[in-house]
Design a protein around this ligand. Structure first.
Ligand code: CO8
Length: 259
């Protein structure tokens, strides 16, 4: 496993773990961390031994407290635009577009770019004390890593407008109530719960899981026709060994053994 300066990564029991490791800065995303995230996602996405990914932050205080504001001071208009574009590509292509499930284990503050990173993940689990928000308007900015697009898709336009325009944080219970996180668990159960969800997914057909992620993503992608993506994937899966095994196992009243 490559050693990173801002991340701790390992592979165990088919799970690729990524811990953002800048605890003193509340795991704020500086450009070096974005570089390393890009590298590890490329690596994990291509590694057949990794069947799912868990992303979390070091310590118990923060998942990620946003983009590193200290790097903002010297950015020109053009540089800021290109940093935003770079984050969009990383979050869309490598994280949301990952061919395997990515779970955000939200262990504390998930703010600004940190919440946007969680929004790009496929599943979000939060601890009871986690707090989430998009406070960019308080800095004279707006979300720049997809927050204005992904938050309304997840929680509806009304809640997204209120969160983004007020910049207020919400607690984990409210986040669950509006669909921003799937589940809320005590801090000490966070990783175990994320692992249990992934291990359940690993019992399913790997190719079907990959196609399902792609079809669900296609619903939000205005360059693709989601219904057609689903129809094509559905047809394609009829030609796979996993489909034959899944149906045979059902008829023989046994658990499927997907290869
Ligand atoms: N960037 C850099 N450093 C940070 C950040 C951050 N986002 N958040 C916290 N830190 C640092 C603090 O500066 C502090 O460092 P130091 O000890 O050296 O002073 C350390 O982390 C601990 O933080 P606090 O002392 O502030 O801890 P508190 O418990 O008092 O407060 C908060 C915790 C409420 C989370 C507070 O730290 C805070 O409000 N942080 C900033 C949150 C924020 O505004 N995030 C949004 C940033 S903007 C963004 O993410 C835009 C994304 C799109 C980018 C597009 C590219 C151009």
């Amino acid at each position: 496993m490559v050693q990173y300066s801002n991340l701790r990564c390992e592979v165990k029991d088919s799970i690729g773990y990524i811990v953002i490791d800048r605890e003193a800065q509340l795991n704020a995303l500086n450009q070096a961390t974005l570089d390393e995230l890009q590298d590890v996602f490329m690596h994990f996405n291509a590694d057949n031994l990794v069947r799912g990914i868990i992303l979390t932050g070091a310590g118990q205080k923060a998942f990620i407290a946003g983009a590193d504001i200290k790097e903002f001071t010297d950015l020109s208009v053009i540089q800021a635009r290109s940093l935003s574009e770079r984050g969009h590509i990383l979050f869309s292509d490598l994280i949301q577009g990952a061919p395997k499930p990515v779970v955000a284990a939200i262990n504390g503050y998930a703010l600004g770019g940190g919440l946007e990173l969680a929004l790009a993940c496929h599943i979000r689990i939060a601890t009871e004390s986690a707090k989430m928000g998009l406070p960019e308007v308080s800095l004279g900015l707006i979300p720049g890593y997809g927050g204005t697009q992904r938050l309304p898709a997840l929680v509806g336009k009304g809640h997204a407008m209120q969160m983004i325009l007020t910049g207020d944080m919400i607690d984990a219970q409210k986040a669950a109530a509006i669909g921003l996180v799937n589940e809320v668990v005590p801090q000490e159960q966070l990783m175990a719960r994320a692992e249990t969800i992934l291990q359940k997914i690993f019992t399913r057909s790997r190719s079907a899981v990959t196609q399902a992620i792609d079809a669900i993503n296609a619903a939000e992608d205005k360059t693709r026709k989601g219904n057609h993506v689903e129809m094509d994937a559905f047809g394609h899966l009829f030609g796979t060994a996993d489909f034959k095994e899944g149906v045979a196992a059902f008829l023989e009243k046994r658990a499927p053994e997907f290869k």
